[in-house]
Design a protein around this ligand. Sequence first.
Ligand SMILES: C=C1C[C@]23C[C@@]1(O)CC[C@H]2[C@@]12CC[C@H](O)[C@@](C)(C(=O)O1)[C@H]2[C@@H]3C(=O)O
Ligand SMILES: O=C(O)CCC(=O)C(=O)O
Ligand SMILES: [Fe+2]
Length: 326
Amino acid sequence: MVVATQSLIFTEKIEAIELPIIDLSADRSKVSKLIVKACEKYGFFKVINHGVPHDTISKLEQESLSFFSKPFPQKQRSGPANPFGYGCKTIGFNGDVGEVEYILLHTNPHSIAQCSKTLSCNPIKFSSAVIGYIEAIRRLACEILELMADGLWVSETSVFSRLIRDVDNDSIFRLNHYPPFCTQNRDASPRNITKIGFGEHTDPQILTLLRSNDVCGLQISLEPGVWVPVPPDPTAFWINVGDVLQVMTNERFKSVKHRAITNSLESRMSMAYFAAPPLGAKITALPETVTPERPPLYRAFTWAEYKKTVYALRLGDNRSNLYRLP
Ligand SMILES: C=C1C[C@]23C[C@@]1(O)CC[C@H]2[C@@]12CC[C@H](O)[C@@](C)(C(=O)O1)[C@H]2[C@@H]3C(=O)O
Ligand SMILES: O=C(O)CCC(=O)C(=O)O
Ligand SMILES: [Fe+2]
């Protein structure tokens, strides 16, 4: 099957700005204030000294590399990603495409063990690398969400983190691989052509924790048509606010628009943990974020209801607006 690829639009502006870097080993009350500031201004920040062991990350990176290095027909046998498994170029179910191949997994250990059977010839090794990483990244996500709650002066510190600690949480995990997009021109010198790897979108969940290898490609957009490159740092995590957190904070926090481009002659790999509540969880603005000057902006909905809307729409569509109060 021939799938059309999207090229970049040349009228777009690229703007280099310094994005917030938060040292999680610093004083807790200072850190929580800095996180709130970053979420209000960008919906995006980097964390360092995060406590996720290097070994946990490199075990998973190794598994990811050996999976994506396999011949295409072999990888195809682990797909399609409907809803979980291997996918290539097709994103979601509504016609989105990109220069990316990926593995999508639910974070429930039973589901990981099942999927690993088709993803690796050593499923125990594969699933323990994924489960180990998810345990560590969930701990980090909870820590960040608790710092956010403190910074917002919410009385219950675990108001966000309990949603993703719940046994029925609907968090998912994604390994992305952006192969180098290199063509030869007429004098046979390599040309660096940039294509869309993963098109513009916001993440629907509460929070995303993303780690990539040392190859650039991720960009965020703070105003229409202007893209800010995110420098790669394999030792850190980039954190982005998702739609649910935007709604729960009554839009004090912004769900950040982002995309990934295939940038170079190098292969890019990323791992993204999407922290989500249980399907039945009711999503509504926290009372602390509602004031007479700032009445509730969204009607209440369940995560199941929102997820259904997400999957009925295209990648770049705005879904939270559909829940906005008049
Ligand atoms: C086109 C789509 C892919 C997506 C589901 C959707 O219908 C719209 C949101 C997409 C997204 C973006 C963030 C995550 O990568 C993702 C797993 C998610 O939860 O929402 C993807 C979905 C996907 O690839 O299935
Ligand atoms: O690979 C990346 O850097 C971004 C991927 C992404 O945005 C996603 O998987 O939702
Ligand atoms: Fe994303």
